[in-house]
Write a protein that binds this ligand. Structure first.
Ligand SMILES: C[S@@+](CC[C@H](N)C(=O)[O-])C[C@H]1O[C@@H](n2cnc3c(N)ncnc32)[C@H](O)[C@@H]1O
Length: 236
């Protein structure tokens, strides 16, 4: 299936996807939330908790959808949040929600395909929640994110091989391609990543991955010789 099928699917699905974050309290909604959406809630809470300190920091939100992560982080003090999504409906919702939340000045939402959009700056935190599910080449995504993230990157990967995973695979067969993972596959994907530390946690039907990338900060803070040499060179 083509990538634009995924964009089309999420464009038409944007309102329904956004409502997953709502507070509908019917019994049916409670059962559905318990079975399928616990993961979404956990990864949301873990990401917000992981993006600390947030005051004055910059955040990249890939496949931002209706902007729930971006907006919450802007409300918590992020200086700038940049959300990318290739579904029009998602970007429209994110912009509108940021305006309503009073953080539009700190949020930029761009309709773009992650693979076509050139990112010229680095970000303190990168978030890829519910995104790796649709990636035919996850290694290239990880490689790129590691290069443009200063502190930490957060990923979710849907677990394969379970009853719920196959049920979801069947539901998605006419929507878009869906990729599922084992712990071992994820560990292999990150094995060669240029990161200090990789943490893979199982949360409900997803794996939540934290990649710590404090290299640049540490090399300046812990390598005074290197700093002195480069200062010396720049004065010549
Ligand atoms: C399941 S939603 C997750 C939204 C949000 N991160 C969240 O967890 O609430 C996945 C989003 O990724 C977007 N997406 C998938 N592939 C993309 C790509 N190559 N470039 C940009 N956006 C993409 C889809 O349009 C969709 O909105």
């Amino acid at each position: 299936m083509q990538e634009n099928e995924t964009a089309k699917f999420f464009d038409t699905y944007s309102d329904r996807f956004d409502s997953i974050y709502g507070n509908e309290n019917s019994l049916l909604n409670k059962v559905v939330n318990c079975l399928w959406r616990k993961s979404m809630k956990l990864r949301y809470l873990k990401t917000l908790e992981g993006c600390t300190p947030i005051d004055g920091k910059t955040v990249l939100d890939i496949g931002c959808g209706p902007g729930h992560f971006s907006i919450a982080l802007a409300q918590r003090g992020a200086k700038k949040v940049f959300g990318i999504d290739f579904a029009d409906g998602m970007i429209d919702l994110a912009k509108e929600r940021a305006k309503q939340a009073g953080v539009a000045d700190h949020c930029e939402f761009r309709k773009a395909d992650f693979f076509d959009h050139q990112l010229l700056e680095q970000f303190d935190y990168s978030i890829l929640m519910g995104f790796m599910d649709y990636m035919a080449n996850p290694a290239s995504v990880i490689e790129r994110i590691v290069k443009i993230t200063r502190c930490k990157a957060f990923f979710s990967f849907p677990e394969g091989g379970t009853f719920l995973a196959w049920q979801r695979k069947i539901r998605y067969r006419n929507r878009c391609d869906l990729f599922l993972y084992s712990h071992e596959q994820i560990a292999n994907l990150f094995r060669d990543a240029d990161a200090d530390d990789i943490k893979i946690e199982k949360i409900s039907r997803d794996f939540f991955v934290t990649a710590c990338l404090e290299r640049s900060i540490r090399s300046q803070a812990e390598s005074p010789t290197a700093v002195l040499i480069s200062e010396g060179n720049s004065r010549q």
